[in-house]
Design a protein around this ligand. Structure first.
Ligand code: HH2
Length: 279
């Protein structure tokens, strides 16, 4: 397979990854961007608001969700990625666990694979990553979306997530993926109680200590609702709090639906840490 056109990801600065779900059933924006033109318009808005990466997904992984066939996922994401790649310079990420979808998305102009199964969902995915040379995000998930929130248990959630990420990184390296392609993600909300999510955010520095860029995906998630008593659209400021906490722990990429407030918080927090405004 030919290498995708833009396979490098500049993570010299922490950045915002804007989320667009081209799905009928995502937990917070399901149905809003199912039409390609609506998804494209939303992606362009997120880039204008400061997203340095746009993550396009065609299958919901919310608790209880049903898997979607590859053909349906491709139908949803390809027109959006194709059009977006012609319009913006920022890297486009495809949120998929399927090798066929990843291949199609890379050919259409995506340059990052966001695999919530961490290369476990499809035996061919690791080869797509190795052959393309593109960055890949390996995320922790306990169980499968359909049942992952049915009483998840850990002896020590942070230890287990650390061990899992180390094992998945070793697997990828053994199969020909370069270390500099790897991003890692504790998988906030994927087979975790409120307390598990809080422990992971509190101890995020242990995950950043693994030495690869860490992605944090806390945006509008249920644990914020449990703290705030708010529906997804009322969880924006709570999400911003997780972005600042993540930044202080050394995380690099903040996957959010509400780009503007998270980007502003990131810029202010970075300016404080650097002692001067950053661009
Ligand atoms: N969370 C979701 C989807 N993809 N990818 C990464 N790397 N990290 C995450 O935490 C993450 C993710 C779930 O959020 P969303 O896409 O908004 O919902 P849905 O899965 O219902 O489409």
């Amino acid at each position: 397979m030919p290498a995708a056109p833009t396979c490098s990801l500049d993570l010299s600065f922490p950045c915002i990854m804007g989320v667009v779900n081209v799905t009928p059933d995502s937990f917070s924006d399901g149905g809003r961007f199912l039409a390609a033109e609506d998804a494209l318009a939303q992606a362009l808005t997120l880039v204008r608001e400061g997203a340095a990466i746009v993550d396009i997904g065609g299958e919901s992984t919310r608790p209880g969700s049903e898997p979607v066939p590859a053909a349906r996922e491709l139908e949803r994401v390809l027109p959006v990625i194709d059009a977006l790649a012609g319009l913006v310079g920022v890297p486009i990420s495809v949120d998929t666990t399927k090798a066929e979808v990843a291949r199609g998305a890379l050919a259409a102009g995506a340059s990052l694979i966001n695999d919530v199964s961490a290369l476990r969902g499809d035996a061919q995915m690791v080869d797509v990553v190795a052959e393309s040379g593109c960055p890949v995000c390996l995320m922790h998930m306990k169980g499968q979306p359909k049942t992952m929130q049915d009483d998840p248990r850990y002896d020590d959630v942070v230890d287990e997530v650390l061990r899992f990420l180390e094992e998945r990184m070793a697997f990828a390296l053994a199969r020909g993926v370069r270390e500099d392609q790897l991003l890692i993600d504790p998988g906030i909300g994927f087979g975790k109680t409120v307390e598990h999510n809080l422990a992971l955010l509190r101890d995020l520095h242990r995950i950043t200590a693994l030495g690869r860029p860490v992605v944090v995906g806390a945006s509008r998630k249920r644990f914020l609702g449990a703290i705030l008593g708010a529906e997804p659209e009322g969880r924006t400021i709570g999400t911003v709090a997780t972005t600042v906490i993540g930044l202080l722990a050394g995380a690099h990429v903040f996957r959010v639906h509400d780009v503007k407030p998270n980007f502003e918080a990131l810029r202010v927090a970075l300016a404080v840490l650097e002692g001067a405004p950053t661009t």
